[in-house]
Design a protein around this ligand. Sequence first.
Ligand code: AMP
Ligand code: MG
Length: 402
Amino acid sequence: MRSVDEHLAEILATVRTLAPLEVELERSLGTTLAEDVTTPVELPPFDNSAMDGYAVRSEDVRRAAQESPVTLPVIDDVAAGDGALYAVGPGHAVRIMTGAPMPAGADAVVPVEWTDGGKTSVAITRPAPAGHAIRRAGEDVHKGEVVLRAGMHIGAAQLGILAGVGRRRALVRPRPRVVVLSTGAELVEPGSMLGAGQIWDSNSFTLTAAVREAGADGFRAGVVPDDAAVFLDQLDAQLVRADAVITSGGVSMGAYEPVKEALGPLGTVGFQRVAMQPGMPQGFGVVGDDEVPIFALPGNPVSSFVSFVLFVRPALRKMQGLPPETATVRATTATALRSPPGKRSFLRATLAWSPDGAAVASPVRGQGSHQLAALAAANALVVVPEDVTDLPEGAAVEVIPL
Ligand code: AMP
Ligand code: MG
């Protein structure tokens, strides 16, 4: 048996970060940037008004007060997007809107709230100091400055600044395309009637959703019966669009283990027992001319999901060019725990914070690897190390939030 860490190390040594690709701006969400992005212009590109109001020379409104307003003639009106040239001479005002270019000569904007809002002349009741309510050219970023660095994950705000510096395309590490195949003669599609001995296929849905939650593109290729030849055919058909493949089922010690039967002889996929619970039987390797990584996960629903969290998710992060996650939480266990010797266990639990801020993990009822309902009721995995078999209530534990 190999350890969880050894198995993960082999996986991470095998999977490669995807080659950079130029994509349309809209397609860049959820990808990792593969270039430093600079701005080709000052941002903002020109001095402009931060408020709706009046562009003035601050010295002209220095004495403005509630009881003795300063009244100035309004000589022009400038809206956002107006490209004409305006100027404010001594003793004049220009009505200006938020985002409109500052007229020459003006050094302050008096907010409309400090005035009577006049259109031909305006009475101003408060002084606006020089620079007031003006957004200066380049005060966000200067021309040529880096706004996003290679390696950054593109979320909504990062996509926004790409657009904000005028980019239509960006060089990114694309979202990995991951094909998910379930195997099992007993499986039928949810929504259809269950016959004798049948269950609904849940793994292909869980795993495809988990792929998407991990920021990759999941394709559910559906169910394959327990037939190695059919499995190989299906796999072959799917490989063209896959950066990685996940299968579930068919990797244990029984008869009718199509994944093991089909992939074992290739010599590029290893099947081993990993010292963990749930999820002991694991297959991993590469298939096809492009050496596409394949994760052959066990069929029990909790086992396949936990295997995804431990092995596939870190691999997808590496493929995306993202650093490993280190997000485990220290908590205390609300009940005593048992764990088999020699295996690292991942017990399904609910993680909550007590009023004093301490994290408490309460294992859920139903720790069988088939008990999907218990997994769905949990929001965390309590990690019990290989050499620990008993933990008392209140013991410190490491927890993986789900
Ligand atoms: P296997 O790894 O193929 O021996 O399957 C182990 C257990 O997981 C069996 O009880 C299967 O019926 C169950 N199982 C396998 N695949 C799925 C699936 N896609 N959805 C739900 N249960 C599954
Ligand atoms: Mg099976």
